[in-house]
Design a protein around this ligand. Structure first.
Ligand code: PYC
Length: 309
């Protein structure tokens, strides 16, 4: 398929990469994000595989289409994706997209409103280039559900939504800072398989344990759809965690929560009630991204992997 190519900007947020497609002229005459997603999925999925799958991308990469907003009152609409499909929301990715728009000179410090598949997200670019996002309403639907694993026994888990669906667990292996990543992956994969028998909507597993740094509240390890783990503390995972803390009365409105990821990098979280009776919250997550690439993707019609593997 002959194509003139397109521009992508790479960034990372707390170690987790985002590759943002800029000014790609997709014809998407949609009146809702759902319709837009259906068009992208059915007609333009090759853009996803071209930039996040090998040979250009990798399993860990999250991609973002930045598109004109459906409602012109907003800054943009963003569709996030990874090696296996599309994400309702992506916290680290949103921080990366906002820093990318700043890098391009398209936004100044202040508040942007961004349409995502999961709903409207507010993003504030702060003068130090950190970004605070106000995520979609987040909530827990199950507490201490016993989930059986083959190698790690039965683990009580919470099921919560933070823009994506999470199974949150505190397995013994997270108590040590030295548990090897393959062991964490094994535990998260076993929980994912078992949990999805009851909660098929769950596509992320968040293992939670004590922090590495005394100034943090907790450390996580997040398994994403596509079988790779998040290098950052996961914005939507932190939102789901805040929903659990709020429901348990372990965090108060406006109180700061420092969530470390597996690399030791951190996001700062807090919440307001969206509906206290239903224990639904509006989480805010603050983090920082760095732009580390400005690339033209070339599509060689002779290349069998021009659009990814
Ligand atoms: O930061 O929300 C997030 C996220 C989801 C998947 C990877 N990162």
């Amino acid at each position: 398929m002959s194509h003139p190519g397109f521009r992508v900007i790479d960034s990372h947020t707390a170690g987790e990469p985002t590759r943002t497609i800029i000014d790609c002229d997709l014809h998407l005459p949609a009146t809702s994000m759902e319709e837009r997603l259906n068009l992208i999925r059915s007609q333009f999925d090759h853009f996803r595989s071209a930039i996040v799958r090998e040979p250009r991308g990798s399993e860990v990469m999250v991609g973002a289409h930045v598109l004109p907003p459906i409602d012109p009152a907003h800054t943009a609409s963003v569709v996030f994706f990874n090696n296996v499909g599309y994400l309702g929301m992506c916290g680290h990715g949103m921080i990366g997209v906002i820093e990318t728009l700043r890098f391009l000179g398209r936004i100044q410090p202040g508040i942007q409103t961004i349409e995502t598949i999961a709903g409207l997200v507010k993003a504030e670019l702060l003068p130090d280039h950190s970004v605070r996002i106000q995520n979609v309403p987040s909530y827990r639907i199950a507490k201490d559900e016993p989930i059986a694993t083959r190698s790690f026994g039965v683990i009580p888990c919470d099921i919560a939504y933070g823009g994506n669906w999470f199974c949150l667990a505190k397995p013994e292996i997270m108590k040590s800072l030295d548990t090897p990543i393959p062991v964490l992956l094994e535990c998260a994969n076993e929980l994912m398989a078992s949990c999805r028998e009851r909660y098929p909507e769950v596509d992320h597993v968040e293992l939670v344990g004590p922090p590495r740094h005394p100034s943090s509240n907790s450390r996580n390890f997040v398994l994403c759809p596509g079988a790779m783990y998040d290098r950052s503390p996961c914005g939507t995972g932190t939102s789901a965690k805040l929903a659990c803390l709020a429901a348990d009365g372990e965090l108060l409105v406006g109180e700061r929560w420092i969530q470390e990821g597996i690399l030791g990098t951190a996001f700062e979280g807090a919440f307001q009630w969206y509906d206290s009776e239903c224990e639904k919250i509006i989480p805010t997550i603050r983090g920082k991204a760095y732009v580390n690439g400005d690339t033209r993707v070339l599509i060689d019609p002779e290349d069998p992997f021009a659009w990814g593997m």
